[in-house]
Design a protein around this ligand. Sequence first.
Ligand SMILES: *Cc1c(COP(=O)(O)O)cnc(C)c1O
Length: 371
Amino acid sequence: MIPFNKPYLTGKETQYIEDAVKRGKISGNGDYTKKCHDYFETTFSFKKALLTTSCTDALEMCAILANIEQDDEVIIPSFTFVSTALAFVRQGAKIVFADSYKDNPNIDADKIEALITSNTKAIVIVHYAGVPCDMDVIMNIADKHNILVIEDAAQAICSKYKGKYLGSIGHMAAFSFHETKNIISGEGGLLAINDERFINRSEIIWEKGTNRAEFFRGEVNKYGWVDTGSSFLPSEIIAAFLWAQIENIKDIQNERLKHWHYYHSNLQEWANKNNIQLMPKPITESNNAHMFYLVCESENQRTSLIKHLKNNQVLAVFHYLSLHASDYYKENHDNRKLPNSDKFTDRLLRMPMFYELKPENVVHQLITFNG
Ligand SMILES: *Cc1c(COP(=O)(O)O)cnc(C)c1O
């Protein structure tokens, strides 16, 4: 069976973990964590980078930093992972769900302004499949109404919008290193801060509401409880694993991009014949090959295609059931219809994508499907 995902190991992960253990400092914020922070700040131009135990945790930190309180409104696309919304719901926010574009699962930027009220505190956008949202439009709206933009960049590492890395444009951003993402640490994430106002507080929230980071830099002579927070920082074992991945990030991206282009150039004819849409090709700088997806003509067609692939030893999966229609939140959703989000819920299908993939083996099976 060709799996949907297979975590790729560069070979140095366990060596660096062993090194971290030998150094005798395996809790958080040690040498490997600092190396990772430096790398992200320098390469991606974040004002501050903080490793977290997941992207979900980084989003929770964003919700705290944005001072989200009971009944504040947060605009979020409905077609996304649960965490994008959950992090803000936990702070008491009311989620105002936005629709996707017709031909792209990202939030429809032209429909955001109509959702803003005097209670709107933030817009959380998701760069689906690593493809950038319309950041110029979104940042303009946010400036005009004095609200924050938080980028859920879980899928977006290495992808750019107009020369800037995704995650470096909004006020803050969250990345994921879950084993299904491009670079991984099992579970893991990153908070990126681009607005200086949030830097000091981010370090405090990261370390259980204490000013321990300032203490270790010698800026204060004792540390204590100064704010809210949690234990958001990962251990050095995770950071050491991640460092091995970072060292190989160029190679990892190149391999994935090769697979992506193989899919795109070998499936067009078959897709046309079957009335299936291929994921639109992003411009070069905006393609991080996180994902290759198809949009089927109907839910039935998708079901048959999944079955066909499974019978031929290929595991293709779909995801994201529109959050506005979820069991947990549908009662809170005002009855607005979000047809594009629902369309992707019913018809989007993701092809296997991982470093060691042989895409020709998937394409070979795909093109025998007619229906
Ligand atoms: C993977 C993902 C997350 C969650 O990441 P974790 O690191 O597992 O918490 C959040 N949002 C999006 C869009 C994702 O793809």
